[in-house]
Design a protein around this ligand. Structure first.
Ligand code: ACO
Ligand code: ZN
Length: 165
């Protein structure tokens, strides 16, 4: 059964199902240089379906966000060991950007990791990716670290994180 989380005009924001994974992989291939194995997508969906979300317009997949949970040192508290949500990847097809779909995907994934009682939510983003950094900042993420040569091409990442309540 489809779980529709919200509608933005004609765009459905909903939980991902196994049959959505091929379209999600196609969006990833078109939009980002970081790709993953089929097994990795399947395992993220099995592990954290609450925060694996797709955006679909009239049967066409236009965006996704996928996440995982981890235990580790807090990005905020000294010496704190916490449960963290981690945005592995988010993308919206070029023609469908700047309509609020990215924001809705991140907001719904925040709700998803809260359901799983995460204390914090974090991600890495290319320092040059102004559109994404601005989106995360608007939603309350703050830059906590700069990770030197994080990407294969040598670019640095910002580690951005938000505390959840
Ligand atoms: N009319 C006009 N502008 C609007 C509207 C609207 N109806 N709705 C939202 N906007 C504006 C927002 O205010 C925002 O403006 P700003 O950039 O000036 O702050 C801008 O549109 C973007 O916000 P959204 O529409 O919510 O986001 P979008 O759907 O465009 O997706 C994303 C953002 C996912 C970063 C997209 O640019 C993308 O897919 N980029 C390529 C892939 C990528 O870089 N992914 C992130 C990598 S990092 C990681 O995965 C952890
Ligand atoms: Zn990451």
């Amino acid at each position: 059964m489809q779980v529709i989380l919200r509608q933005l005009g004609d765009c459905n924001i909903r939980r991902t199902e196994p049959s959505d994974l091929i379209p999600v992989m196609e969006i990833n291939l078109k939009t980002l240089p970081e790709h993953y194995s089929d097994y990795f997508y399947e395992s993220l969906l099995a592990e954290l379906p609450e925060a694996f979300i797709v955006a679909e317009i009239g049967g066409k997949h236009v965006g996704y966000i996928m996440c995982k949970t981890e235990y580790g040192f807090s990005n905020f508290k000294k010496l704190g060991f916490v449960k963290k949500g981690h945005v592995v990847s988010i993308a919206v097809l070029d023609d469908y950007r700047k309509k609020g779909i990215g924001k809705a995907l991140v907001e719904e994934s925040i709700n998803g990791v809260k359901l799983r009682k995460c204390d914090e939510f974090y991600l890495e983003v290319r320092c040059s990716n102004n559109d994404a950094v601005r989106l995360y900042e608007k939603l309350g993420f703050v830059i906590r670290q700069q990770l030197n040569a994080y990407y294969r091409d040598g670019e640095d990442a910002y580690l951005m994180a938000i505390e959840l309540d």
